[in-house]
Ligand binder design. Sequence first.
Ligand code: CA
Length: 458
Amino acid sequence: MTEFFNQVSRRKFIVTAGISTSAVLLKGCLVNPPETGNTGRKSSIEPVANIKPEQKPETTKAKLGYIPIVESAPLIIAQEKGFFAKYGMTEVELSKQASWGSARDNLEIGSQGGGIDGGQWQMPMPHLITEGLITKGNKPIPMYVLAQLVTHGNGIAIANKHLGKGISLKLDTAKPLLSQLKSANTPFTAAFTFPHVNQDLWLRYWLSASGIDPDTDVKLLTVPAAQTVANMKTGTMDAFSTGDPWPFRLVNDKIGFMAALTAEIWKNHPEEYFAMRGDWVDQNPKATKALLKGIMEAQQWLDKFENRQEAAEILAVKKYFGLSSPQVLANPYQGKYDMGDGRKIDDKSMAAYYWKDEKGSVSYPYQSHDLWFITENVRWGFLPKDYITNGAAKAKELIKKVNREDIWQEAAKELGIAATDIPSSKSRGVETFFDGIKFDPEKPEEYLKSLKIKKAGI
Ligand code: CA
């Protein structure tokens, strides 16, 4: 293990004398539960009347953006079950974002300007925003990654007109179809909801693993989720990469089928993250940890399978996901996927996890995963290769700035999380993909060299 991933918390975020478990405090001094959210649900959690003075948040307010897919569940559950309020964040406002582009724009404005302070992000959006690569006028806006929200829960949907043509996790038998579409000037067209991040990267990994060049053999483009579904219905869109409940909806409405779950592409993969504006965190370090504690508690609650029917009912309401029935979420939440092509998955290990999975912590933001997302951005020419050459010094410098796993660690300790649930390394180690390719975070340049299809000249 190199020094980069092994070093202990480089910054002491805030002095946390007399760390205690909040659970102890909870037993006494209870006041009436607050009304949370606008759904009229009463919180089942009572707020702590006497939060330790040194942990009292600087503000009770935060405005968090989310996109209505399973990734946002920890934020919504923390709000609806009163976990934010429990740690003193009694005025959290959740703001549904129309698209990832508007989330980015709202973050730029900040809550003072009517935007947001942070929330749910695809990766590596916080890094790209910090670098000023996707902001207006290329203005750098420092962001901090504070927790991973979820693993799994995403997939690649294909329009029904392609049923039975070999489009699956592996695409070997579908190659003639793709070449035929390309020569007819109607290339296989696949959509994602924001460029250069998770959904784009899952599509690219999936295609290139079967020898299909995503930049020349097919057409990839950014399309809002609702429009993609409409386009799939009318036959102008061939594929769509996104999170639940969209895949299940497409299958349910007989618009499409699932070629692959992201859980099949990379078991226990990093998915979306909780990140905030850096200036908000710097001004509100205790409130940041209070938010994190609320999210961590929501993640633990969500991982209990007996809570998942209730979770689906909370998320399904109009204000949040607006689903016709909670079952659209409840089935995938139990690891039950009707793939729509005759394949049925019934395996709890394929379900979304929020707190822990087979590989350990889901919530902890491993810096080795940030490095994979940045490496893939270099692979496809979205970032210059000097991020990864020279021992990835430039990527590591950026990750050190953006990934604040130290704050996660402090919040976890204040929450009384068992030491066994707090990772001791910033790297999860070598990762293996469905095609046998391995990513060793110690050697990202070698990973790029090993890949046949790429844009980067490495
Ligand atoms: Ca996603």
